[in-house]
Design a protein around this ligand. Structure first.
Ligand code: BGC
Length: 880
């Protein structure tokens, strides 16, 4: 009976129009069971709740158990896709995340309902959950009947003009459902009957375009009406055809002309269907108000230019070699807005609006305008001492928007295919005698639409500011791809920056889907010999740099540890193997004498940008680390023979490293003593365990020589504090974190930082700005410290042996003048938290362990640790 009701309900679901309505409908129909509370938060694939345009034919399913349940002992999962149904039957298992689907693969467009039932630790049945739903996008190129289209002729080659495409069609019957499937070579903005479709920006995003184009799916049922309907699409050059990198005239790296591929599928009440596709029946033009819209340079908008000169398009039925598949992670959307805090007028007629926060996106203006006059918006992350904008660090990126008015009046405007990294907006060209108001400018924050999952708070305002800076760094640099910086003529998917920041990113936002997709681009762009490009999508030549190429190994591993999703290892396993193979090809007796790269990039006080740690040492260290990750991944994936072989390779390289670079007392030899060399040797287990204390003592000595400061660059900094902590120097770990003088995290904060900077002293109150050629004020790499703040200051750390927080550690480290600290994280199983506060000579710990997990608690008073099941706990320890 139960099951028939589910199927009947789901069939009702399929007849309905939109997924949203269906959810409500299914919820109403779900009967109230007498038994336990059902599972909730049902997600499919990499964490999607009721997605439309879903990307996987055989997805995994996840759910959360109600608070109060300790453990799942069995589950039963049902899916219903019309004629295709699947019932897992009761499975004795505690697995409630990434449970594989066992039925026939789902097909394009299919609407699937699913629900789950589970038994708890007492064998009590929960009853069925409410149904969750998903609808598949177009999974293969064969689903596409559309043709690639673009306007005839060409735009002005000196700018990055937009182009427009349109088609009017008629609808004469009652509609029950309508979907648009769409992608572009370039960026698109879609309108149906004059209203924007979806809230996505920079769609379809940036992938390795020659290999893969992501497609978007929109439900446009409510936007269609009886009679004539018009689809209009604006295309921008974007990453596809626009200017990229600092090199002059480097543009159109993937193709010259943006093109559109679109398919509208309409289902009528009588069961019949209609399709409107991009083809020769469309019209196009290059003539319209968006005169230029360039990612780096900004937008030139002339409201006097209507979209005119429509002509039949050029249509190409050849879909091309690219893989067309639904976008597997959320697009960029408007996430929040910032209000102006202050306005100044450092030069007559130039008004500087301060948003109080370095951010990424654009400014929405609502200003008085005069016919034929141009309002200019300049942007900057910092101000010079005279209050004018500091823009030298944008290098060749012009980052300037202009709006030319068609009429006198008030206009509300924002750009389309550009974004800026800024805190300050300068308006000029306003009508004479106008008095600028704060609400004339709004900061529109744009980034990939990821779900926030973590929070950190402590008794130190500066430490909280650091966390805030890290979070803003992530927001600003997760604009479809993980970038080094969001403002200058770069904004590329630099692999090294992403690699060091990945673990921290997983405490802030649910980035599983984001990382999985970008790893797909790395796979697409891996060189045949196994090397990984410096930046991905790969548009600049590779320097084969240790620490950068490790985006291919460290990111999959870290994402696996923090989510428990083994598919991220399976997907990337052969990429890792090829990378390790490349290192092997470079090795001479386990060492890598010829390897070069970016070194320990930006090490303070080093003689060169690449730092003082020799390249061959870094090469060998990362080779060993990669081989170890590969061995560990093989073990997880049950490739036992591989696991054995790669563990042996890792051990051999570690031994070679140790013998060459360390003496028997744990001191570096055959290389200059650098903090980073010690840090990596300890962090990557490159020296025998019993020598770690000696090596750490040498590291401590070097930090002492540096007056209690770090001397590490991009490669050593992410690990230095952790290594000190793990080798018994937690006081020094804390003192580095709380260090106020250069170079340190708090130093930048003392200079006014609201984001992480590329260099600790990108700006200082006494010396002013650093070298403008490398001076980003929004570079998340040093934000890698966020991981230690969550895992040790608050004390909420995953256990790689039981990934995804199935089992985790609560191990707060008291110190650093802190009276309290705490973190909360929405794990795959539910909310976990760890916080501590000093009270009357005691430490009070408050802990939340989510259902179906366990946690081992290590106490500040060093009493024996304790492993607990799901629940809320409070412990007191004496402070001494
Ligand atoms: C980027 C870095 C990147 C580096 C390579 C720079 O221009 O901004 O963050 O990792 O190049 O060394």
């Amino acid at each position: 009976m139960e099951r028939q009701a589910f199927i009947a309900r789901e069939n009702l679901f399929r007849r309905k129009i939109s997924v949203k309505k269906l959810i409500i409908c299914a919820a109403l129909l779900t009967s109230v069971h007498a038994w336990g509370e059902p599972a909730s938060s049902l997600t499919v694939g990499a964490g999607f709740a009721n997605p439309l345009g879903f990307y996987e034919a055989t997805p995994a399913f996840s759910w959360k158990l109600p608070v109060g349940v300790k453990k799942q002992t069995a589950y039963r999962l049902e899916t219903n896709a019309g004629e295709k149904q699947w019932d897992s039957g009761w499975v004795e298992s505690d697995q409630s995340t990434f449970v594989p689907y066992g039925g026939d693969p789902f097909a394009s467009r299919q609407q699937v309902g699913w629900r789950v039932n589970f038994r708890d630790e007492n064998g009590k049945e929960s009853g069925w959950s409410e149904s969750a739903h998903f609808e598949l996008g177009l999974l293969s190129s064969n689903d596409w009947k559309a043709q690639w289209i673009k306007p005839q002729g060409a735009g002005d080659p000196t700018v990055e003009g937009a182009s427009w495409l349109r088609r009017t069609f008629s609808v004469g019957k009652q509609i029950t459902g309508a979907r648009i499937y769409v992608t572009a070579r370039g960026l698109f903005e879609l309108q149906l009957n004059g209203a924007r479709v979806g809230g996505d920006h920079f769609a379809n995003g940036w992938t390795s375009y020659h290999k893969r184009l992501d497609t978007l799916t929109y439900d446009v049922t409510p936007q269609l009406h009886d009679g004539n309907n018009t689809l209009e699409v604006m295309l921008g050059t974007g990453w596809y055809a626009g200017r990229l990198t600092w090199e002059k005239n480097k543009k159109a790296l993937y193709g010259k002309d943006p093109e559109l591929l679109l398919q509208l599928e309409i289902t009528y009440a009588d069961g019949s269907q209609d399709t409107v596709v991009s083809d020769g029946q469309w019209e196009g033009t290059f003539n319209g108000p968006v005169v230029s819209s360039s990612i780096y340079d900004g937008e030139t908008y002339d409201a006097r230019k209507a979209v005119t000169d429509w002509k039949p398009v050029i249509a190409n039925p050849d879909l091309g070699p690219e893989q067309l598949a639904p976008k597997p992670f959320p697009p960029v959307r408007e996430e929040e807005t910032l209000a102006v805090q202050n306005i100044t007028q450092p030069q007559t007629g130039h008004f500087v609006y301060d948003l109080g926060q370095n951010m990424v996106g654009w400014a929405r203006i609502k200003v008085p305008v005069e016919k034929d006059q141009t309002i200019t918006l300049h942007f900057a992350e910092m101000l010079k001492s005279d209050g004018t904008l500091y823009t030298d660090n944008y290098r060749s990126a012009k980052s300037t928007d202009t709006y030319t008015a068609a009429e006198t009046g008030t206009v509300e405007w924002e750009p389309h295919f550009t974004f800026h990294g800024f805190r300050y907006v300068e308006l000029s060209g306003l009508p004479q005698n106008s008095t600028p108001q704060k609400d004339w400018v709004t900061g529109v924050v744009l980034h990939s639409d990821l779900r926030p999952i973590g929070a950190f708070v402590s008794s130190s305002a500066k430490l909280n500011q650091l966390q805030s800076n890290i979070t803003w760094g992530q927001r600003g640099n997760f604009v479809d791809v993980p970038t080094d910086c969001p403002q200058r003529d770069e904004r590329l998917g630099w692999t090294g920056d992403a690699e060091v920041f990945c673990p921290t990113s997983m405490f802030k936002y649910d980035c599983l889907a984001f990382w999985k997709s970008w790893l797909g681009s790395i796979r697409d762009d891996q060189y045949p010999d196994g090397r990984i490009p410096d930046a991905v999508p790969g548009i600049i030549p590779s320097t084969s740099s240790p620490g950068w190429m490790e985006a291919a190994t460290i990111i999959p591993w870290q994402v696996y540890v923090r989510t428990g999703d083994t598919s991220v290892l399976a997907d990337n396993y052969s990429m890792m193997e090829k990378l390790v193979g490349w290192y092997r090809s470079q090795a001479v007796k386990g060492l890598t004498p010829k390897i070069k790269g970016y070194g320990d990039w930006l090490q303070p006080y080093a003689k060169k940008l690449t730092g003082d740690t020799p390249f061959p040492l870094l090469g060998t260290a990362f080779y060993a680390h990669d081989a170890q990750i590969l061995a560990d991944s093989a073990r997880v994936l049950k490739r036992d023979e591989d696991a054995r072989r790669y563990a042996e390779e890792a051990a051999t390289v570690k031994q070679a490293f140790f013998e060459h670079y360390f003496d028997a007392n744990g001191k570096l030899q055959n290389a200059p003593e650098t903090q980073t060399a010690y840090v990596l040797a300890i962090a990557f287990d490159l020296i025998p365990p019993d020598l770690k204390a000696n090596a750490a003592a040498n590291l401590v000595r070097l930090i002492g020589d540096a007056g209690g400061h770090l001397r590490t660059g991009f490669l050593g900094t992410p690990y230095i504090v952790r290594v000190l902590d793990e080798t018994g120097h937690s006081d020094l770990a804390y003192s580095l974190l709380f260090q106020e003088t250069y170079p340190s995290w708090f130093y930048s904060i003392d200079q006014g930082a609201t984001t992480l900077w590329e260099r600790w002293n990108s700006y200082s109150r006494d010396k002013g700005f650093g070298d403008a050629s490398m001076n980003s004020f929004n570079h998340y790499a040093y934000g890698a410290i966020g991981q230690w703040m969550y895992e040790r200051v608050a004390g909420l750390a995953p256990d790689p042996a039981h990934p995804g927080y199935k089992h985790f550690f609560i191990r707060p480290l008291l110190g650093g003048q802190l009276d309290s600290a705490g973190a909360t994280l929405e794990t795959p199983y539910g909310t976990a938290s760890s916080s501590w506060v000093k009270q009357n000579g005691k430490v009070v710990m408050t802990i939340v362990v989510p259902p179906n997990t366990t946690a081992t608690i290590e106490f500040p008073d060093h009493r024996p640790s304790q492993t607990v099941a799901a629940g809320e706990y409070r412990f007191e320890s004496n402070l001494n």
